[in-house]
Design a protein around this ligand. Sequence first.
Ligand code: 13P
Ligand code: SF4
Length: 364
Amino acid sequence: MLRLQAPLPDRYTLASPDDLASWIQAAKDVLGRRLLVLGHHYQRPEVIRWADLRGDSFKLAQWAAEHDEADTIVFCGVHFMAEAADVLTADHQHVILPDLNAGCSMADMADIDQVEEAWEEIAAITDIDRVVPITYMNSSAALKAFVGEHGGSVCTSSNARASLEWAFERGDRVLFFPDQHLGRNTGYQMGYDESNMRVWNPHRDLGGLDERDVKEAKILLWKGHCTVHQRFLPKHVEAFRAEHPGGEVIVHPECMHEVAELADKVGSTERILEWVTAAPAGSTLAIGTEIHMVQRLAVENPDKTVVSLDPLVCPCATMFRIDEPHLAWCLESLVDGHVVNQIAVDAHTTKWARVALERMLEIT
Ligand code: 13P
Ligand code: SF4
């Protein structure tokens, strides 16, 4: 998805790290409690150190809404997270994304036109009132609004199972987007297998399936994935176990099912944090998630050995777009009275996306 971030003025691109740090601190001092800087766990250390609160995508959006004394929320994360924060916050609060090009490649794998087209195709051959759409938090506000309007819900990686169980109390079939891996891993946890799950390819007619497949499937999995988590492979688990026979493997459910099956624990970003923190001193843990989070866990747990499951893993490139120059630029602009890079979701989308998010809260 094209989002245009204008190049920064030279003041920021040519600044030294010390200058940037002093400008960010000075702007934060001036703005005080009117400003809330939120940092996702995957942010780089130079950015996360400025965050007033750090967490996973859903916690951060909730905190933005709870801190209504802050009229400006600078969201150090990616686009869908800033949108969710805008949906959940009050009208007087502005949400800013320091670099507009910080998207999420997975969220961009399902757009509203494709989902509406899929819905119509499914409706042409099944009773659509018995199909419940569930979207992962990692999706645009437009998709959250779509599920809100069509009797579905949002889920996160920590409550995907509860959301699917809720969906099956209301219908016979689930259309799950955009992450096929989270959907498949959750389906397996619930006792489904490949015979009840089909992958819907939005680039093919009828998702690349035949009518019988669609009618037989309990879960239609959108053909989307996370480019970061999909890099973890069974061979990485095998190599770690060979080197550290007593070690533990913990992965995020965006990893492919073959990896999740081999892991000792599968859980969301927050769960991974809790498990690593609670592990006994001396533990050796291989983590299958974004590298900045893994490196931070290693630093914050010096009594344990915490490594990336894939020694060559690369960072989430879009999260990585948020840096100190962009942060300094948007904070100094605020001090000058300019709100830059505001993420504003329109009223209709906000209304229905909020319905879908509130449904998720009721479920869990
Ligand atoms: P969380 O919802 O756990 O913050 O994860 C977001 C994400 O992008 C995972 O890849
Ligand atoms: Fe999106 Fe994957 Fe990056 Fe998470 S890690 S923001 S799912 S691309």
